[in-house]
Design a protein around this ligand. Structure first.
Ligand code: SF4
Length: 281
């Protein structure tokens, strides 16, 4: 069976995940349905069960755009990963679980919107279209254990550590194995080399932007670029009505990165570095 070494520097994107066995065929994706600083302990437990059961990566997905882009980058860098187990509760605000399933089923359109997603901003604008297609070919099945928003019963499959463990174990069996409605087994690595793509490596310096010579437009152009790296929750904790309004104030020097509390969280460390790079004088 084909197994390959992941790309040098794998996994390229940082986030709330744990790295396990690089040669495992499965990754676990737990939806994080809160923007509070305290992560519900039952969700942390699912992440740990995923990696302890033998997943290559096990972590959380919070947003329907950059969060999914980071997952795509990390999976394309490891061709051994052929399955995903999607679990946790759907996040009512962002619908990242629905967006991930829609992406696998339908792909993206010309505007890079995930076809069929009803999330607010399901756009994958920071990664090449080819990388999205690679993800959709490499991942053969997403085992969907996603629970409804607000679910509190931890015995339902998507919140039940024992079921997550069974799902992961089924994926690395040598013979076709039934797990709920799925038949899975370790089919070996995707037969193309790993792709190393880091979202922030593609950032243009704002000075290189064609509108940089026109002050008003330059601020707007920079604001739009900054917006891509904000959490995009429009939660208003920074005092602005939307993340875009905050981004434009950042571009004008009227706001600081510290005003957005999420940018101090580990999941957004890479985004914060990208934002700081864009804001360099
Ligand atoms: S920029 Fe403002 S609105 Fe957007 S996530 Fe941060 S605090 Fe919330």
């Amino acid at each position: 069976m084909l197994k390959v070494k992941p790309a040098e520097g794998y996994p390229p994107e940082e986030g709330r995940y744990v790295r396990g066995n690089d040669y495992s065929p499965v990754a676990v994706c737990v939806i994080l349905d809160t923007f509070d600083f305290a992560i519900p302990k039952e969700l942390n437990e699912l992440v740990m069960v995923g990696v302890d059961s033998g997943a290559a990566l096990s972590g959380m997905l919070q947003t329907e755009n950059i969060g999914i882009e980071k997952i795509i980058c990390n999976i394309a860098a490891n061709p051994n990963i052929r399955y995903m187990v999607l679990c946790g509760r759907e996040s009512a605000g962002h619908l990242p679980g629905e967006a991930l399933l829609a992406l696998k089923q339908n792909g993206i359109d010309e505007s890079r919107r995930i076809i069929g997603s009803t999330a607010l901003t399901p756009f994958l604008s920071n990664i090449p279209v080819g990388l999205v297609q690679r993800f959709n070919h490499q991942i053969v099945t997403i085992i969907n254990l996603l629970c409804k928003p607000g679910e509190t019963d931890t015995t339902v499959p998507g919140l039940n550590p024992k079921v997550i463990e069974q799902a992961v174990r089924a994926c690395y069996q040598e013979e076709p194995t039934r797990f709920m409605d799925y038949t899975v087994y370790d089919i070996g690595a995707y037969p193309e080399p790993p792709i190393y793509h880091k979202i922030t490596a593609k950032l243009e310096q704002p000075q290189a932007h064609p509108e940089a010579t026109q002050p008003g437009k330059a601020k707007m152009g920079l604001g739009l670029m900054l917006h891509k790296f904000l959490p995009q929750t429009d939660c208003q904790k920074c005092g602005k009505r939307t993340c875009l309004a905050f981004a434009i104030d950042l571009a004008k020097g009227k706001a600081k990165l510290d005003n957005c509390p999420y940018l101090s969280e580990p999941e957004f460390a890479e985004n914060r570095r990208a934002l700081s790079k864009l804001l360099e004088p």
